[in-house]
Design a protein around this ligand. Structure first.
Ligand code: 13P
Length: 251
């Protein structure tokens, strides 16, 4: 897969800032890196218009498991697709731990996304309590197991998995290369156990990624990209990430 640099803006940026960021970033995109932005829903249309004709892909931050209905506050995968999204985050740790989305609910959302042409980015990762106990694999195995239950190999082949250790999100303390590689191995093992060794799924890392450490994930740990929160909000910082990744993968 072309290495991905994805910006998750979370609940930041209204339309004017979103458009300014998009215009600046679009002038500096380079071939060989897939740039993606996950804006708040209220800025999706403005970003799509500002990025028209440029290779900046659009994503939704979450999607509900019904196509439409009386579900105040939710957005369906079909609606995100119609708004121009090609990717969607599923099971981000902020959804799991602030909004109480269970593994089972994440699985329902994942299925609904897979019933459309959107590419889901399934987020998994352990919390600080697990990390402190040295249990870096239990949460990932559980989250992956529940999310994939009952899915066909063809569906799983359309996934991207984001390893986002909760203790690294917004803390300035990114995982090390060894930790990221170890988590990626666990993710691959779960998929291999369920679907055989032929099924390869792209894996990206998220959690305190900045220009100074991004190469360690795509070059040293050989991951397929990064999912960046706070380090993506400034257009110049995001451009620097894209430039680093393009340099890391240059022939
Ligand atoms: P930070 O880059 O702010 O640590 O956030 C990571 C994240 O949650 C991306 O989805």
């Amino acid at each position: 897969m072309t290495p991905m640099v994805a910006a998750n803006w979370k609940m930041y940026k209204g339309e004017p800032e979103a458009v300014a960021w998009t215009e600046e970033v679009c002038q500096h995109l380079v071939p060989g890196v897939q740039a993606v932005v996950f804006p708040p829903a209220t800025a999706l249309t403005a970003v799509r218009q500002a990025a028209a004709g440029r290779p900046l892909a659009l994503g939704g931050q979450n999607a509900f498991y019904e196509p439409e209905g009386a579900y105040t506050g939710e957005i369906s995968p079909q609606m995100l697709w119609a708004a121009g999204c090609r990717y969607v985050l599923v099971g981000h740790s902020e959804r799991r731990y602030i909004f109480g989305e269970t593994d089972r609910e994440v699985a329902l959302r994942l299925r609904a996304v897979l019933s459309t042409e959107l590419t889901p980015m399934l987020c998994v990762g352990e919390q600080i309590e697990d990390y402190d106990r040295g249990d870096y694999h239990g949460a990932i195995q559980r989250q992956m197991g529940v999310a994939l239950k009952g899915l066909e190999a063809e569906e799983v082949s359309r996934l991207i998995v984001a390893y986002e250790p909760v203790w690294a999100i917004g803390t300035g303390r990114a995982a090390t290369v060894v930790e990221a590689e170890r988590a990626a191995d666990i993710i691959r093992q779960v998929i291999r156990r369920l679907y055989g060794s032929d099924l390869e799924v792209p894996i990206v890392y998220g959690g305190s990624v900045v220009a100074e450490n991004v190469r360690s994930f795509v070059e040293v740990a050989h991951l397929d990209g990064v999912l960046v929160g706070s380090g993506s909000l400034d257009a110049g910082a995001f451009r620097a990430l894209v430039a680093e990744v393009s340099g890391a993968r240059a022939p």
